[in-house]
Design a protein around this ligand. Structure first.
Ligand code: SF4
Ligand code: SF4
Length: 814
């Protein structure tokens, strides 16, 4: 854009600070139009790059004799964190959201955004939200391998002596193209050598390479067979789209697979991220009416030093992370320090005192924003209920006497008889149980069963929550299991056998039993379900685990431990009594009356477990309703409460200021639910949505998604384990439920042993941006409601006064 002499240009600046280059745009404060684009190759320091690029923008505007009034500044990319601190950027926005905002600025109805930069590929799937605009619903990233993206195309063009600008013309001149393998740069290079040997020309090779790009994007990075299921409007952006051969290959690929596809190339392909940062900055400063940015002059003249030496190493743990300190000073004397290179939160501070303050702050956040997933994971294994003591021997007990009659008939008669007691001393018996699978929901039953028959509390030993170390040490006993929750059981069994059993220090002493019951059916709060079955992998896991530890050496026998894996079902309380007595009667030397009594106490404990969590959940949900805030509802299987399985993802939301709810913590009181799930005759019946509801944990997940769909203050975080066959049928259902309600939703369907730290961070930041928008919307709606109520009250008062006035005038004078 050209400016006029004397013109005051009011605009916001958005910057996309990458590790190899930085791009920035100046956009009009009023219209959002792009006024100027700037680009600089990275000089290795984000502050220096930013100063240079801001100088360029200012210089451009001033070259016309105009003045630049920078109304706001926002950043995305690798430089965003340091700029937030040093120049008080208005916005520090994650790349996914920046690219989405940029795409919808030009293509408001975009369904898919494909951004291919020099080093990475981002594919964003968008969905309409309640406000009628678009949100990032899901995304795929590839930044580990450069195969087929911009850098590789450039490298290949360089090898053939073709300038990148001439890439497309060269490739379009080819009559045929060799078929390169996709997915890995190493394979591509091997192909290149072979094809060159076979005599393919440079034109043909470049044409073939461009055609690999869409395969890398859609088959290697996205890995979804039916592209059309994401929609029909595709936006192509990122620097690589300047190469028309790459664009043509993408368009051909998409059009072949998506009926009526509309493929749009972003008008500013290379600056899409910077434009997104600018759009968000413009939105934020217009909403707030002010900017936090220190100002163009101060930013351009920012002094800085960078230090990375022994003095900056973090010594809070043996990792000794090598950190970088970036100190900045504005011309008017304000200083700030930004630390990078740490691996955990502790590395963000410099002294033990600061660490204490940090810990205090964290605890305060945890107190203010409870994480019920974490609380539930601990409560399940604790003693939280004092069982009613066993009756004395001979105390009156009601019973049913059954007598067989002729022709297979039976006669039942209520009788009173004396309670039988064993008074068994169980102080020398120790039982180990693994903290795995559905014990995350049923453990209170077992904990209080044993407590009720007189087993000392400390004699029931649970393996600890899953940790990486545990998995590395104990996860090698080789059974073939499909998902991480089932594989990790071996590590827990190893922990019981080789640590809990032998750990004299903690006075646990040797174990007499390891008890891992085959739980075939679990308790369910839903009405009219077909069944309450556990996943067969879960139910069968005690037998699989036993096989793992007995196949070559019978470790249980060797250690003198009795491995107990008898089946139990929670849907048949009488059968459960029989089973528990059959399993533990002789082993503990207790009577059937004692065992039955303990089963009843176990059920009371299970109900109490639900009540405690529901009370906590109710308080949080009602607080969110009052304060127009949002809570995260984690929908997973009970064992996803294990911090080693959920990789601490719920905690990441907690520290951002969102309370975290579990499925159990949603109140199940029908009256309370009916007020929130309006229009449903029975809010605990899911047959209209999913009649094939025999799998208890699956159906509870779907129900929780439906609850969230009805509730404006609840956002869903759906956790599933990689290769979970039982969750697979719920994906489509849950997707439809939340899509129809346009409810905030994010999913991680591939949890496994490794914590994908980087991608989790990006996902958390992407989702928390969405949640921030939801909270803003809730507050705006609440403000409108209050304003409307105020105006109605005013109007009513005015009418009343008018009526009083009129009636006073109509009264005959005395
Ligand atoms: S940053 Fe964290 S992991 Fe790294 S040394 Fe410090 S405490 Fe250890
Ligand atoms: S429900 Fe899924 S995650 Fe759980 S044990 Fe079965 S297959 Fe594994």
């Amino acid at each position: 854009t050209k400016f006029e002499e004397g013109q005051v240009v009011r605009g916001v600046i958005g910057l996309d600070g990458g590790s190899t280059s930085s791009k920035a745009v100046l956009v009009d404060h009023e219209t959002g139009d792009v006024l100027y684009k700037a680009y600089t190759l990275s000089k290795g320091n984000p502050i220096r790059d930013t100063k240079d690029i801001l100088t360029e923008i200012k210089g451009y505007v001033e070259s016309f004799g105009a003045t630049l009034e920078c109304t706001g500044f926002g950043a995305t990319g690798y430089a965003a964190n340091v700029l937030e601190e040093s120049v008080k950027a208005d916005v520090n926005i994650v790349e996914t959201v920046a690219h989405m905002m940029s795409a919808v600025r030009y293509v408001p109805h975009a369904d898919v955004v494909c951004d291919i930069g020099g080093q990475d590929i981002k594919v964003l799937f968008l969905a309409e939200n309640k406000e009628g605009t678009r949100d990032v619903r899901d995304f795929r990233l590839s930044n580990q391998c450069s195969a087929g993206n911009g850098m590789l195309l450039q490298a290949m063009a360089d090898q053939f002596g073709v300038h990148l600008h001439d890439y497309a013309d060269t490739a379009f001149g080819a009559d045929l193209s060799p078929k390169f393998s996709y997915g890995c740069a190493v394979f591509l290079d091997a192909d290149r050598v072979n094809f060159q040997k076979e005599g393919f020309t440079a034109q043909e090779m470049l044409s073939g390479l461009a055609k690999v790009l869409p395969k890398n994007v859609w088959q290697y990075v996205v890995q979804v067979p039916r592209l059309a299921e994401f929609g029909r409007v595709f936006v192509l952006q990122g620097g690589t789209q300047r190469n028309l051969a790459a664009v043509k290959a993408q368009v051909d690929y998409i059009e072949e697979r998506v009926p009526n596809a509309e493929v749009v190339v972003h008008p500013h392909t290379g600056e899409a991220g910077a434009i997104g940062a600018a759009m968000e900055t413009r939105r934020v400063v217009r909403r707030k009416g002010s900017s936090t940015f220190i100002g163009l002059e101060q930013a351009i003249n920012l002094g800085y030093t960078t230090r990375n030496d022994e003095s900056t190493v973090c010594h809070f743990c043996p990792n000794e992370c090598s950190r970088t300190f970036i100190d900045t000073k504005t011309p008017d004397g304000r200083t700030s320090r930004y630390i990078s290179g740490f691996s955990c939160e502790k590395g963000t501070v410099e002294s033990k005192d600061a660490l204490k303050v940090l810990a205090k702050e964290r605890n305060e956040i945890r107190r203010q924003y409870p994480n019920l997933v974490d609380e539930e994971s601990r409560l399940a294994f604790k003693k939280f209920y004092e069982p009613v003591p066993l009756p004395k021997s001979g105390a009156s007990k009601k019973d049913v006497r059954v007598r067989r009659k002729m022709f297979f008939r039976v006669a039942r008669r209520m009788v009173n008889r004396g309670f039988t007691r064993s008074y068994a001393d169980l102080s020398n018996i120790k039982i180990g149980m693994p903290r795995v699978m559905n014990l995350y929901s049923c453990a209170p039953f077992f904990r209080h069963y044993f407590d009720s028959v007189g087993l000392p509390k400390e004699n029931l030993v649970w393996s600890p929550p899953t940790t990486e170390e545990m998995w590395v040490e104990g996860g090698r006993y080789g059974s073939i299991d499909p998902c991480y929750p089932s594989k990790v059981i071996q590590a827990h069994m190893h922990e019981l056998l080789f640590h809990a059993h032998t750990d004299e220090k903690r006075k646990r002493g040797p174990l007499d039993y390891i008890y891992y019951p085959c739980i075939t059916h679990i308790p369910s709060f839903l009405n009219n379900v077909m069944d309450t079955a556990a996943c067969p992998i879960v139910a069968g896991s005690p037998l699989v685990t036993k096989a793992s530890f007995t196949k070559e050496v019978n470790f249980f026998e060797r250690e003198g431990i009795d491995y107990v894996d008898d089946a139990v079902s929670f849907t048949e309380p009488n059968l459960l009594k029989k089973r528990m007595f059959a399993t533990w009667g002789a082993r503990l030397g207790i009577t059937e009356d004692e065992s039955d009594w303990a089963v009843e106490q176990g059920f009371v404990a299970l109900r109490r477990f639900d009540e405690i969590q529901e009370e906590r959940g109710k308080a949080i949900i009602e607080q969110m309703e009052r304060e127009d805030r949002v809570a995260i509802l984690v929908i997973g299987r009970p064992y996803h409460n294990d911090p080693g399985l959920n990789h601490g993802i719920p905690d990441e939301f907690q520290v951002l200021g969102y309370p975290v709810l579990s499925i159990r913590s949603i109140p199940k009181d029908p009256v309370w639910l009916k007020r929130r799930m309006r229009g449903l005759a029975d809010p605990l019946d899911l047959n209209d949505v999913w009649p094939e509801n025999f799998s208890a944990n699956s159906v509870q997940k779907v129900w929780a998604a439906r609850f969230a769909a009805f509730h404006p203050n609840i956002a869903v975080l759906d956790l599933s384990s990689f290769k979970c066959g039982h969750d697979a049928p719920t994906y489509g259902l849950i997707d439809r439920i939340v899509k129809t309600a346009k409810a905030p939703y994010s999913a991680l369907h591939d949890l496994d042993a490794n914590k994908p730290g980087g991608s989790i961070q990006i996902r958390v930041k992407t989702y928390s941006y969405k949640l921030k928008m939801v909270e803003e919307q809730l507050k705006d709606e609440s403000h409108l409601r209050t304003e409307l109520a105020r105006r109605v009250a005013e109007k009513r008062l005015e009418l009343l006064r008018r009526m009083e006035h009129q009636s006073a005038q109509a009264m005959p004078a005395r």
